[in-house]
Write a protein of this length. Structure first.
Length: 222
């Protein structure tokens, strides 16, 4: 069932019908994950079932259950994929530069690229926000994950003299993470994921202009 350039069927659930609409035939674990991510990126986890996935991609449910016996197993795979993408971006940033501000900008832009181009990442980001209810064993806190990463970069930047001496790190980190997550939510509400790389990079750059040592404006304690 290859993708047609002209016709995509319409499934009763409102998703494009047939596996071809997803660009694959769900004949491998990666293809099944991709198909499931189309749904998980668009609606709450609790509404997605293996039966619906199998129906939409038009394969027996046994094909899906071969790789993901339960929805929990499938959701865990989506979360693992998104986490590895984040780690990959951080590793690549560290390989490219020793400048923590440049690393921070690289990761924000790379995450934007992933959000724009990879539906499994978008599904993972959405699912992470629901993880306390559905995946409590993972103890995920997306805000804390981003806060810790941004703090490490800014703390190193301050120690290297790249930030103003009196920059309040905690408040600046909060501002960056809140702005980044808010940008992500706004893009999701508008389904404007193609804007993610530029928007996330511009948001971070705007804040960094206030705290970098070569500027005349800073965020002060107290």
């Amino acid at each position: 069932m290859s993708r047609s350039n002209n016709v995509l069927g319409e499934h009763s659930d409102g998703y494009p019908g047939g596996a071809g609409a997803f660009g694959h035939d769900a004949s491998s674990s990666g293809a099944a994950l991709q198909a499931a991510a189309e749904m998980l990126a668009a609606e709450p986890y609790i509404t997605v079932t293996l039966e619906r996935i199998a129906s939409i991609v038009q394969v027996p449910i046994e094909n899906i259950e071969k790789w993901f016996p339960t929805m929990h197993a499938l959701g865990a795979a989506v979360l693992d994929y998104e986490r590895e993408c984040m780690r990959r971006n951080q590793r690549e940033a560290a390989r490219r530069t020793s400048n923590p501000i440049e690393r921070l900008l690289f990761v924000f832009r790379s995450i934007g690229d992933d959000l724009a181009n990879d539906v499994v990442v978008r599904a993972g980001v959405r699912l992470a926000g629901e993880s306390r209810q559905h995946f409590p064993e993972r103890r995920l806190d997306p805000f804390a994950v981003w806060r810790d990463f941004v703090f490490r970069q800014l703390d190193e930047a301050k120690n290297k003299g790249l930030l103003h001496d009196r920059v309040n790190l905690d408040e600046t980190v909060w501002l960056i993470v809140a702005a980044g997550m808010g940008t992500k939510d706004l893009l999701a509400s508008r389904n404007a994921w193609t804007e993610a790389p530029a928007r996330l990079e511009a948001t971070l750059n705007t804040i960094l202009m206030l705290v970098r040592s070569e500027t005349s404006v800073d965020l002060r304690d107290g």
